[in-house]
Design a protein around this ligand. Structure first.
Ligand code: F6P
Length: 285
């Protein structure tokens, strides 16, 4: 990557780390739903909107960022010239009511939005767990940090999925799973331990830590699943692949999925150890 792009990615990563404590402290008092729905028709919490405003203002201010898009707003915002940043400001925000983990996801594309996963130059997530951590993928490697007073303290260089998988988590109601996915799930549940918390970032972080597979599959009622390609599928696929794992929409890597002109396009999402994702693709064949 040219030095000027590297410098912009550095600034995006630093800005997300600086903003994470403000997002976290801003959760207090913002647990109620607003009248509005987001572009995907989901109810918005005051915390979703607050986090989106913080990221739009701060990431949009960076020289070298040209576009900002988020799950919480309809269109792409033109903020200058340069890289495109797509953000899920509060992933899993329905967990706020029950005070469980949530995250922020950031995708940095060297292309206009909506973009292909293959155009990503970096992706990262913040996990608001007992500790605020941040996991950053760039240049083919993944690094985990703790976020302390808005600064990054490295805790693990070269995050890699363990070879022996331990955990799985699958979204969607079981009666809504297509029969071929259910057959695969029944096999996996004989082998691995269930970890499903309702926030993709927290569930994917279990897979990065312990090895395994996370999926929000196609459903009978929603053939493209629930999660969004630009804000969730691409960056999570990129992070897991950089950590030595695999990603799939059911037939191909998430990074190869052709974007439509809808920035809120959904995609069936499966990530984890290569062997488990390979078996999934065989099962859905
Ligand atoms: O909107 C995304 C999300 O909150 C993910 O973080 C999570 O994996 C999923 O939705 C949870 O959906 P459900 O409530 O159907 O389990």
């Amino acid at each position: 990557m040219p030095a000027s792009l590297e410098a912009t990615v550095d600034e995006v990563v630093e800005t997300v780390a600086e903003t994470a404590p403000d997002v976290r402290s801003g959760l207090v008092g913002r647990r109620s739903y607003r009248e509005t729905a987001n572009a995907s028709g989901e109810r918005q919490l005051a915390a979703d909107v607050h986090a989106d405003e913080l990221f739009e203002e701060r990431l949009g201010d960076i020289d070298g960022v040209g576009e900002y898009a988020s799950e919480e707003r309809d269109g792409v915002v033109d903020v200058g010239e340069g890289l495109s940043v797509a953000v899920d400001p509060l992933d899993g925000s329905s967990n706020l009511k029950s005070n469980n983990a949530m995250g922020t996801i950031v995708a940095v594309y060297d292309a206009d939005l909506p973009a292909r996963g293959e155009d990503l130059v970096a992706a990262a997530f913040v996990l608001y767990g007992p500790i605020t951590s941040m996991t950053v993928a760039r240049d083919g490697t993944v690094t985990e940090y703790e976020v302390v007073d808005g600064e990054l303290r490295e805790t693990e260089a070269d995050v890699t999925l363990p070879e022996d998988p331990v955990v799985y988590g699958f979204g969607g109601r079981v009666p809504d799973w297509p029969a071929d996915f259910e057959t695969y799930a029944r096999e996996v549940e004989q082998e691995l331990k269930l970890r499903y918390g309702g926030a993709m970032i927290a569930d994917v972080n279990q897979v990065l830590e312990y090895g395994g597979v996370f999926a929000y599959p196609a459903l009978d009622s929603a053939p493209n699943g629930k999660l969004r390609l630009q804000f969730e599928g691409n960056p999570i696929g990129y992070i897991v692949e950089c950590a030595g794992g695999a990603s799939s929409d059911g037939t191909q890597s998430l990074l190869s999925v052709e974007p439509t002109d809808d920035v809120h396009q959904r995609v069936p999402l499966h990530v984890g150890n290569e062997s488990l994702v390979g078996r999934l693709e065989d099962a859905l064949d």
